[in-house]
Design a protein around this ligand. Structure first.
Ligand SMILES: *[C@@H]1O[C@H](CO)[C@@H](O)[C@H](O)[C@H]1NC(C)=O
Length: 451
């Protein structure tokens, strides 16, 4: 597979494994008459709606003509969610559809057509670019919420646009939008990376974790299970599911029933929900337990990121220590290695076996650790940053709060290695060097970098 990008070397791929099927199956599953009746009914319902409520927030029927742009507003009235989730998003219209189709167009033989949720996110951006560069069709989906500075997401979006990737602005909870996308495009795969991340933010906004990581995931799975053909799904779980597990390294078979944060609990719930949809509907599902992913275009809420910012500003940085001055360490994993893992998981994903919401046979269900297998104490992380930034950090040693963060993470990656040759190549020093280079070029190295 041709690839001009150096960070995409050695990606295992299985050309020809996934046969494309562009035929339309729609009419096979419902008698024409029933569908016609339904559509007529929906059409008249729509007409009545349009006549009585000329409000722009009216949801247009997804089966109606696409010539007019539709605007969708959540029916959810929970005020807690209104700030960030399910904001009004606009989509639809011929120009929008053209961009969707162009972005999703496969440009290589046996290429995939992938819907990437959370495409304006950190990992979503990197994975989208990697897929696009090797010739796959990629369509992004992102709600651009303001959990962290949305301008960074907009900058990533601009980066993707230059690669020919369109990001649909919308929410995974918007089932009308999802249905529309699956009507327009035959996705072979879904790379589901949209989520509410962060461990401590759950105490401020617990609902957003339920909304994104559970309700949104279920909504996406519902759409996928109804799609024909059903796509294979690879999605982001988290190393945090190991919770209070103390056996190291963490292996996929270890217990994950003691989550230490609501974030972890929702990711664990996702793994169980994945099991259910695999069991009932024959969806092919692969969960990836990411271990502290870092790199250029990273998330500002993560320690390595705000340490860099605060060291440059001369602000004190909290360096956590565990009980009895124990070391707090993380299995930091460089984003290019994670991207290879994501592509490996996609390339080895088997087809879903169901169709039209019905299971036809057993389907693949997997979960992989994607880590670096080399935990580094957080104090070492600070030391590396000091050397790279040439600024002495103002460290404030603080007890690790008991509100979600675990003391130690260490991935056993032998399963991912066996299944798709996953082999992390970047040590923390090398990866942070690339991160700092990006950070300084993006924000500058001076005090002006207030973001
Ligand atoms: C790593 O996981 C594999 C299963 O994938 C297991 O056989 C092996 O014992 C584990 N290694 C350690 C050191 O726990």
């Amino acid at each position: 597979m041709p690839s001009s990008s150096q960070h995409l070397d050695n990606i295992p791929s299985t050309p020809g494994k996934f046969k494309m099927d562009h035929k339309s199956h729609r009419s096979k599953w419902h008698p024409h008459l029933a569908k016609l009746t339904l559509y007529t009914f929906v059409f008249f319902l729509g007409l009545i709606f349009v006549f009585f409520f000329k409000s722009p927030s009216t949801t247009t029927s997804s089966s109606s003509s696409s010539s007019s742009p539709s605007s969708y507003r959540s029916s959810s009235s929970s005020s807690d969610l209104s700030r960030r989730s399910l904001k009004t998003s606009s989509w639809g219209g011929p120009n929008w559809e053209k961009r969707v189709k162009s972005s999703a167009r496969i440009r290589t033989r046996n290429g995939f057509c992938v819907l990437v949720t959370g495409a304006a996110g950190f990992i979503g951006t990197h994975v989208s670019v990697a897929l696009k560069r090797r010739g796959d069709g990629v369509l992004g989906l992102d709600n651009f919420n303001d959990y962290y500075d949305p301008s960074l997401k907009r900058a990533r979006q601009a980066l993707l646009e230059r690669t020919g990737i369109f990001i649909v602005e919308g929410d995974i909870n918007d089932d009308v939008l999802l249905k529309k996308l699956f009507e327009l495009i035959t996705f072979t795969h879904v790379m589901h990376l949209a989520a509410q991340a962060g461990v401590r933010y759950a105490m401020q906004n617990p609902n957003s974790y339920i909304q994104s990581n559970i309700a949104g995931f279920v909504n996406l799975l519902e759409t996928c299970k109804n799609a024909n053909p059903q796509p294979a799904i690879v999605w982001a779980s988290s190393s945090s599911v190991y919770g209070l597990n103390t056996k190291v390294p963490f292996s996929e078979k270890d217990r994950t029933d003691q989550p230490a944060s609501l974030y972890a609990a929702t990711k664990k719930a996702g793994e169980e929900i994945a099991h259910t949809y695999n069991h009932i509907y024959g969806l092919s599902l692969t969960g990836l337990r990411f271990f502290t992913v870092y790199g250029p275009w990273g998330r500002p809420d993560m320690a390595y990121f705000f340490f860099t910012r605060d060291i440059l500003k001369g602000k004190p940085i909290p360096v956590f220590e565990g009980v009895n001055h124990g070391t707090v360490a993380r299995d930091f994993t460089y984003v290019d290695d994670i991207v290879k893992g994501c592509l490996g998981a996609l390339d080895t994903a088997e087809k879903s076996t169901g169709s039209g919401g019905k299971k036809r046979g057993p389907a693949q269900l997997r979960v992989f650790n994607l880590g670096n297998t080399s935990p580094v104490p957080v104090s070492d992380l600070v030391g590396i940053l000091e050397r790279l930034l040439k600024v002495k950090a103002n460290r404030v040693v603080t007890k690790l709060p008991r509100n979600g963060d675990v003391q130690f993470t260490h991935a056993n990656i032998s399963y991912a290695k066996r299944e798709f040759g996953y082999k992390p190549m970047t040590d923390l020093q090398t990866g942070l060097k690339k991160f700092v280079r990006w950070y300084v070029s993006y924000y500058g190295s001076g005090k002006k970098s207030d973001h």
